[in-house]
Design a binder for this molecule. Structure first.
Ligand SMILES: Cc1ncc(COP(=O)(O)O)c(C=O)c1O
Length: 465
């Protein structure tokens, strides 16, 4: 496909897309009225659209392109696998070198005890599979009454019936008559929003313990003998980049152990270096029984996800001595595994996780604080690794949100970003960044100057500057 399409080609793609393609998480009528943007190529941290406009991607696509776009080694690894073994499955007592090597590699990178993995093709499928495996575990343990799955407000775990049921983003439910029975929510450790939610003016650590206690209260209310699992992202991503206070996860570990509730860490965003360690479980000391991962596993170059089982679940499930009645046609697809293996090799060889932790991550946060800490509509700048959030508020000294139409200010700011050639995401009124790990300091400066202009313009439009 040509790199610089003609205007007529753009019109053609827009027309066929409008006629035949229903987009995810999109109002089709509104999109078709506005006209879709056609992305035709990408390199490093940049995207180009069909009109030749260059856009800096502050979100790594959907939080996934750890090694940046256009990595030739990943492309070559995929091409080679396509030539050598374009497809075979694992249903008939077979494996292949790519899948076996990837399972082995993951067992070495994952937290201790996570020595067994299953593969799937997306984060949603991984989470759906994890819930099935949790149910299976309790059935094998002769505790079939343990069926309630707990998760948190603002959680995002994907879109299958079960993954969406875990979601704490309530707009995800009514169109589909969800959540399914047996899914219940507990509060999120969202300290910035605590005051507005009526928790008073406590410090982060006190708040972290209080919110963990809400989990304990919920388990006791339901009855521990009925609670199967607690699912949580180490850092809540699509719910607004909620970083847990340091006191939160140790309490959650203790509570899950005490009441024999399996702890499921959804590392779909936080996995593969995003928080400055290979896994968010390592950054926050989370003692997970089951971990789900996707996105950064292949830097988004191929659709692949995995579910790892800690010792407790792994020993029981791998030794059940009966057929595991589960699996996808594409579980452990050789091409996806080959690309994921090469991706992990590149991340390791280029020391990208250490770069996130000690180099470009701290640089991004320092520059964000210098630029926005005193801004009239910025209430908080927060982050870890290469995840950063800037909370837009009417008065920077108060932990209160813009009244009326939550999200409108964020969307307004996001539109300024897009128009200036920056992809940032607005979640409610929080501006979010999650750039590729290969981003340079000068590219960080480009993001910050575009974001600053967008936030300044937003402040002016809302009469705050
Ligand atoms: C934490 C988390 N879990 C699960 C998912 C779903 O992944 P997928 O879109 O690959 O199904 C996402 C996607 O953003 C996510 O952020």
């Amino acid at each position: 496909m040509a790199h610089t399409p003609t205007h007529n080609q753009t019109k053609h793609w827009q027309a066929i897309d409008a006629a035949h393609h229903i987009h995810p998480f999109t109002d089709t009528v509104a999109l078709n009225k506005e006209g879709v943007r056609v992305i035709t190529r990408a390199e490093g941290v940049y995207l180009w659209d069909s009109e030749g406009k260059k856009i800096i991607d502050g979100m790594s696509g959907l939080w996934c392109v750890q090694v940046g776009y256009g990595n030739k080694e990943l492309a070559d690894a995929g091409c080679e696998a396509l030539r050598v073994l374009p497809y075979y499955n694992h249903f008939f007592k077979t494996t292949n070198p790519y899948t076996a090597e990837l399972a082995d590699k993951l067992s070495k990178l994952l937290p201790e005890g996570h020595t067994r993995v299953l593969f799937a093709n997306s984060g949603s499928e991984a989470n759906d599979s994890a819930l099935k495996l949790i149910r299976y575990y309790w059935n094998l343990k002769k505790k079939p009454q343990k069926k309630i799955h707990l998760s948190r407000d603002y959680a995002y775990h994907g879109v299958t019936m079960a993954a969406a049921s875990l979601s704490g983003l309530t707009p995800m439910h009514p169109q589909w008559d969800l959540p399914l029975a047996g899914f219940q929510k507990v509060p999120a450790p969202y300290w910035f929003g605590a005051k507005a939610a009526g928790y008073g003016d406590m410090g982060p650590d006190e708040f972290g313990v209080l919110i963990a206690k809400k989990l304990e209260e919920k388990i006791l209310e339901i009855g521990p003998e009925r609670v199967a699992s607690f699912s949580a992202e180490p850092v809540q991503g699509a719910g607004g980049l909620i970083f847990p206070p340091a006191s939160y996860w140790p309490e959650v570990n203790r509570i899950c152990r005490k009441y024999d509730v399996l702890l499921h860490a959804d590392e779909v965003i936080t996995g593969f270096g995003r928080t400055g360690q290979w896994f968010g479980c390592q950054t926050y000391g989370i003692e997970a029984d089951v971990i789900t991962m996707a996105k950064g596993l292949s830097s988004g170059y191929q659709p692949i996800s995995a579910i790892s089982l800690g010792k407790r679940m792994g020993d029981v499930i791998a030794n059940a001595n009966e057929e595991l009645v589960h699996g996808y046609t594409y579980s452990g697809h050789p091409v996806a595994c080959a690309v994921a293996l090469k991706n992990l090799e590149v991340i390791e060889r280029e020391k990208l996780v250490a770069r996130v932790k000690n180099g470009i991550g701290p640089y991004l946060h320092r520059r964000l604080h210098e630029t926005f800490d005193d801004h009239p509509i910025v209430g908080e700048v927060r982050g870890v690794g290469l995840l950063a959030a800037i909370e837009l508020v009417p008065d920077r000294k108060k932990r209160a949100f813009f009244p009326l139409d939550p999200g409108a200010v964020g969307t307004h700011c996001r539109n300024y970003c897009f128009n200036s050639g920056l992809v940032s995401r607005a979640i409610r009124d929080t501006m979010v960044l999650a750039p590729p790990f290969v981003i340079s300091e000068s590219e960080v400066e480009e993001i910050i100057s575009k974001l600053k202009a967008a936030i300044d313009n937003t402040a002016r439009d809302y009469g705050k500057m």
